[in-house]
Write a protein that binds this ligand. Structure first.
Ligand code: FAD
Length: 452
């Protein structure tokens, strides 16, 4: 049996669903192929369940803070099975909504694993699908071979499906996923040790956020092991043994492999259309999301550029508008806000101070570092840190970095102003909203230093 489409999409995750629905809205005949669950990483095993677990974890801090505000509580107790059941129900609900959205948009959902067989031809089981345009939106998955023996350890996929939490855990990695899970496992009562290669976690983030993120993890009781990644992981008597360079072999009942993610390109049949993935397994694309093969495009995590849900969605919609909407456009990835939902959270938009300095930019650096009113009242130690990087000439705000309560909500709003090219003078003209933490962003008067 053969079917022909204007657009055939591989992967019904964030990017694939967005592209399919937008293309169908422009009148294209569209099918999307999905090998697992509709909704992809974000909905099923990423942003959504992760944040739902983060909400659960945050209550630990809230219970503690409540006492400082006059509340008396019994001994709080977290039941992972109850969270797991509620999470499963929620992801089922969201998946159903995604399925309904596809059906309502007249996008055909083809369930099964897609394999490209040649230009415009994709096999799914016994069906051969033909397409004028092919979009690869197959996402990424955890790397499971970064360390000998790590293949038997849980990744974020498995962690989010746990029904019982371990008493202690080693988390290996220091990217956003490692820090988020280290932070929330600790709040849920797990003793956490974090092992990572660099001196500081969160490579790629501003140095001032990295040092404070490390300090916040440590203050929460997480054991940090910078510059220390196991050489191998052995399994014995229900324990995972981390073989370290200094010959120590600490054992843990649970190890979280957060050592990175790899684009889903293996077994896709890319060789049949002449696409060669790069060294990391990603599909190279140009600014119009075109691959090296005619009429074949790629978006989202499979291209391994900015691996975030809103980026995959924006790319999917831009591509559909370009192909079928008569409005060719590309997505500007030069200013993308992002967050680390650790506790307290980190959020950022724009380059780091080091990146701007290295580019030769002349900068004024503004900072605020304070103990928020809520923490001061209860004698807490958690602080809030904010930084604005401003062009010395012209005063344009190039970047905002923050660690502290509500950082993602605050930076998301600031991202509008920064994307619009707001200047420091415009920040200064903005009347503060009091009492908030966010008001500090419009109350920074003197630079703490000048760069360049
Ligand atoms: P995906 O959503 O991964 O979708 C790809 C789909 O393709 C999958 O459903 C897969 O099953 C399917 N597929 C693969 N191969 C085939 C094949 N051969 N045939 C058919 N189907 C196939 N991003 C944020 O913006 N904010 C966050 O807070 C955040 N938190 C995260 C937390 C975790 C733990 C993880 C793992 C990721 C997180 N992300 C977050 C990243 C975000 O989930 C991804 O950037 C986003 O899902 C990428 O969308 P995508 O469409 O490119 O791929």
């Amino acid at each position: 049996m053969s079917d022909t489409y204007d657009l055939l999409v591989i992967g019904a995750g964030s990017g694939g669903v967005a592209a399919s629905r937008r293309a169908a809205a422009h009148g294209a005949k569209v099918a999307v192929v999905e090998a697992s669950r509709v909704g992809g990483t974000c909905v099923i095993r990423g942003c959504v369940p992760k944040k739902l677990l983060m909400y659960a974890a945050q209550f630990r801090d809230a219970f503690h803070e409540a006492a400082g505000f006059g509340w008396s509580l019994g001994q709080p107790h977290f039941e992972m099975p109850r969270w797991a059941a509620a999470k499963a129900a929620e992801t089922d609900r969201l998946e159903q909504i995604y399925r309904q959205m596809l059906a309502g948009s007249k996008v055909e959902l083809v369930e099964g694993r897609a394999c490209i067989e040649g230009p415009g031809r994709v096999r799914v089981g016994d069906r051969l699908l033909q397409a004028r345009h092919l979009l690869i939106a197959s996402g990424a998955q955890p790397v499971r071979d970064s360390i000998p023996g790590i293949e038997g350890c849980a990744t974020s996929d498995e962690l989010l499906d746990l029904h019982v939490l371990p008493a202690s855990a080693a988390v290996i990695g220091s990217g956003f996923i490692a820090l988020e899970f280290a932070s929330l496992l600790q709040r849920l009562g797990v003793r956490v040790s974090l092992f990572y290669r660099a001196g500081l976690p969160l490579r790629g983030f501003d140095e001032d956020l990295r040092t404070r993120a490390a300090a916040a993890l440590q203050a929460a009781g997480i054991e940090l092991h910078p510059g220390c990644v196991p050489r191998a992981i052995q399994h014995a008597d229900g324990q995972r043994l981390l073989v370290l360079d200094d010959e120590r072999v600490p054992g843990f009942p649970f190890v979280l492999n957060a050592t990175g993610r790899r684009p889903n390109t293996a077994g896709l049949g890319l060789e049949t259309i002449g696409i060669t993935p790069d060294a990391r397994g990603a599909i190279p694309v140009d600014a119009q999301l075109r691959t090296s093969a005619a009429n074949v495009y790629a978006i989202g995590d499979v291209t391994h550029r900015v691996n975030l849900t809103p980026v995959a969605i924006a790319e999917g919609r831009a591509l559909a508008d370009s192909l079928f909407g008569g409005a060719p456009r590309s997505v500007d990835l030069s200013l993308v806000a992002s967050a680390v939902f650790m506790l307290p959270p980190v959020a950022t938009i724009g380059p780091t101070e080091a990146e701007l300095a290295a580019s030769g930019a002349k900068l004024a650096v503004f900072e605020a570092d304070f103990r928020p009113m809520k923490q001061a009242f209860i004698g807490g130690t958690e602080r809030c840190y904010m930084k604005l990087l401003v062009d010395a000439a012209g005063g344009r705000v190039r970047a905002a970095h923050m660690i502290g309560a509500d950082a993602p909500e605050i930076i998301q709003s600031l991202a509008v102003a920064i994307t619009a090219g707001a200047t420091k003078a415009q920040f200064d003209r903005t009347i503060a909203m009091h009492p908030t933490a966010a008001e500090e962003f419009v109350l920074m008067r003197e630079p703490v230093r000048r760069v360049g």
